[in-house]
Design a protein around this ligand. Structure first.
Ligand code: NAD
Ligand code: UDP
Ligand code: UDP
Length: 319
């Protein structure tokens, strides 16, 4: 293994996805070599097309539910479909990706004795009865519902990370990511920010599920990636889990109105049924992140982040 002070060879699973592609750009920018392993289920080569000519970048079409034998100095595990539309398309494969994927990558990290990051999620809190959510809260998750393949898969992956840490002394970093948005979100993934922007740009109705009074807290991708980098640089004794997200909470209706205003769209709001097990409120408590990650907190205001995301989708839809 190479020294942690010099440039590293880094594996990013799920690197052709939204967050992974931004992370890879940051790592290459720091002078590291990056191997991206992705089965392109929800990710696309378009997200990494601009990196393919970079001699420090390598793409591997690989499904993390299968073992992977390579030599790297550090692992970031982001592979997993992240939106309800995608993760419920093949729920068994979603659980396998989280659970078998974690086992294989932890096995790889154990053999290589290298640091490993897990992209966990605020969904481990389920429909929370504690608000805002702190890391100590154990969650309120339905084990047999339509979201369970994602929520319970991610919870089991956390269990595996902590058992490999306790049993084999693995150097782990677990981030619980809250709703994040930005360029390279999938236009058809059904997530609220991409849905509303695409609908507004096309002049279609904006689909609000329920009455739009449920809340979320949206973090711009650059702020999240800064949190990732700081977390991965912490001392070995800090494992997380740590919440990463933006505490600025708003209702879904307010988000719809903000998107309409920023796109100057004539779109109208329409109300559709609320999906089963859809959490009513979600806001990260980021006290732990602030104290452990050198005062980290999101910097990008929703309006600025939405403008950059709208510009991306505008380019994509008119291409
Ligand atoms: P994404 O769908 O854009 O990226 C996920 C990537 O994983 C895709 O490129 C996909 O092709 C790949 N993938 C899926 N199954 C795989 C498999 N079996 N083997 C190899 N690759 C596979 O989603 P994202 O928003 O970039 O999410 C990245 C990670 O962050 C996920 O683990 C997700 O659960 C987590 N996360 C994201 C958010 C968010 O708001 N974006 C919130 C919480 C957690
Ligand atoms: N594994 C892998 N690459 C490696 C080492 C292990 O993909 O370099 C996988 C392998 O499939 C194994 C799993 O990780 O089953 C867990 O590894 P571990 O050493 O914990 O368990 P064991 O090999 O004893 O089952
Ligand atoms: N949502 C909505 N209209 C849409 C897509 C989503 O009202 O077109 C709602 C959804 O019901 C949820 C919130 O927006 O209450 C966030 O949904 P998303 O799928 O983006 O994230 P998650 O539910 O995983 O937080």
């Amino acid at each position: 293994m190479r020294s942690h002070d010099s440039t590293k060879r880094i594996l990013v699973t799920g690197g052709a996805g939204f967050l992974g592609s931004h992370l890879i750009e940051r790592l290459l920018g720091q002078g590291h070599e990056v191997v991206c392993a992705d089965n392109l289920f929800t990710g696309t080569k378009r997200n990494i097309a601009h990196l393919l000519g970079n001699p420090h970048f390598e793409f591997l079409r690989h499904d993390v539910t299968f073992p992977l034998y390579i030599e790297v100095d550090e692992i970031w595990n982001l592979a997993c479909p992240a939106s309800p539309v995608h993760y419920s398309h093949d729920p068994v494969q979603t659980t396998k990706t989280s659970v078998h994927g974690a086992i294989n990558l932890l096995g790889l990290a154990k053999r290589l004795d290298c640091r490993i990051f897990q992209a966990s999620t605020s969904e481990v809190y389920g429909d929370p009865s504690v608000h805002p959510q702190r890391e100590e809260y154990w969650g309120n998750v339905n084990p047999i519902g339509p979201r369970s393949c994602y929520d319970e898969g991610k919870r089991c992956a956390e269990t595996l990370f902590f058992d490999y840490h306790r049993q084999h002394g693995l150097d782990i970093k677990v981030a619980r990511i809250f709703n994040t948005y930005g360029p390279r979100m999938h236009p058809n993934d059904g997530r609220v920010v991409s849905n509303f922007i695409v609908q507004a740009l096309r002049g279609e109705n904006i689909t609000i599920y329920g009455e739009g009074q449920q809340t979320r807290s949206f973090c711009y991708v650059d702020d999240l990636i800064e949190g990732f980098i700081r977390l991965m640089a912490t001392d070995k004794d800090f494992t997380g889990p740590v919440n990463l997200g933006n505490p600025a909470e708003m209702t879904i209706r307010e988000l719809a109105e903000a998107v309409i205003a920023l796109t100057n769209s004539g779109s109208k709001l329409v109300f559709k049924p609320l999906p089963q097990d859809d959490p009513m409120q979600r806001q990260p408590d980021i006290t732990l992140a602030k104290s452990k990650l050198g005062g980290w907190e999101p910097q990008v205001k929703l309006e600025d982040g939405l403008r950059r995301t709208i510009a991306y989708f505008d380019g994509l839809l008119s291409a």
